[in-house]
Ligand binder design. Structure first.
Ligand code: SF4
Length: 323
């Protein structure tokens, strides 16, 4: 079991150690912009997909390895998905136990859909930062962009987020993913703002699909629309993260460079230059990196995608199996 990865550079969280407590592509949404591809396991059932104790042991082990390196630093332990992390029934327990292991802030990157449930609100209240998504201001746009499970009701989602705000003392960093032609008009942005206001996010991040999306037509809006979004969302503490992330991925814990690449791109498609930087840690020459990539591609494990003039490497859809 490998459910902990990184630290990876994050535009919001610095060097973030990711914990994925659920199987691949297990979610109650199937967002048009999802970098994992279309959701294959659509569910709203919370359960323990993996033994919580084993996940905790892995978190402990990686933190110990990282803290033994004087140059290494973890800014956040982030519970994040290859899908929706609040579907993990033991999420609250995992966050609490992680905080006992190390004095590192914890964050949960969630679509926020299950915050209407008291157990989910209790679980997330253990974290220092909760990062829910809100990409729509109306039920119609919500259906078009997030394509939720039929058991998810837009009004209940928004009410759950508001309720959580009333109960929770930590930071709420909302994220609005803008997709051209779907939610980037003035009317849509005003509707999103009216929904965000009562949630009182400490920050609101405007994001755009910078990695290859589930649907090829889910592309970033033009610069004017992003500027409009800034203007409209300015009174809900807006922050721009539409630029791409920089920094290095950690390849710690892997003895073999190809395993490192596979484990990281499975959760996080990488630009080709990031792959090369990661493999440099193994003192592998650039020519050998290209050979490794070709081998992995020929064995059907990864594929190359050109998106917005850059080469990205992804794991193959059928191999990922969005758990
Ligand atoms: S982007 Fe997040 S919420 Fe949307 S389908 Fe992908 S994993 Fe689920």
């Amino acid at each position: 079991m490998k459910k902990v990865y990184g630290p990876v550079p994050s535009r919001r969280l610095g060097r973030s150690l990711g914990v994925g407590p659920i199987p691949f592509k297990t979610c109650d949404y199937s967002c048009v912009y999802c970098q994992l591809g279309r959701t294959t396991h659509m569910t709203i059932q919370r359960k323990d997909f993996f033994p919580p104790e084993e996940m905790l042991n892995e978190i402990r082990r990686v933190i110990e390895v990282e803290s033994s390196h004087s140059h290494s630093k973890i800014d956040f332990v982030t519970f994040v998905g290859e899908g929706e992390p609040t579907l993990c029934k033991s999420l609250g327990w995992l966050i609490r136990k992680t905080k006992e292991i190390a004095d590192i802030p914890t964050a949960v990157d969630t679509n926020g859909s299950l915050l209407y449930r008291e157990d989910v609100r209790n679980d997330l209240s253990q974290a220092d930062v909760v990062m829910p998504s809100l990409d729509a201001g109306t039920a119609e746009t919500f259906r078009r962009i997030n394509r939720p499970h039929r058991g998810i009701d837009f009004e209940a989602v928004v009410e759950g987020m508001e309720k959580f705000r009333q109960e929770y003392d930590g930071e709420i960093w909302a994220e609005v993913m803008l997709v051209k032609g779907l939610n980037d008009s003035e009317e849509e942005l005003e509707a999103i703002k009216s929904r965000l206001r009562p949630i009182e996010p400490n920050r609101t991040y405007i994001n755009v699909p910078i990695r290859p999306p589930a649907e090829p037509w889910a592309v970033p809006p033009d610069k004017e629309s992003i500027a409009l979004a800034h203007a409209i969302l300015s009174d809900v503490n807006v922050v721009d993260i539409t630029a791409e992330e920089t920094g290095e991925f950690s390849a710690e814990g892997f003895t073999n460079p190809e395993d490192a690449i596979l484990a990281i791109i499975r959760r996080h498609p990488m630009r080709e230059e990031q792959v090369i930087d990661t493999l440099k840690k193994f003192e592998v020459e650039e020519r050998e990196v290209h050979d490794s990539l070709t081998r992995l591609e020929e064995s059907g494990k990864i594929k190359k995608v050109k998106y917005r003039e850059k080469i990205f490497w992804l794991t193959m859809e059928e191999k990922r199996g969005h758990d």
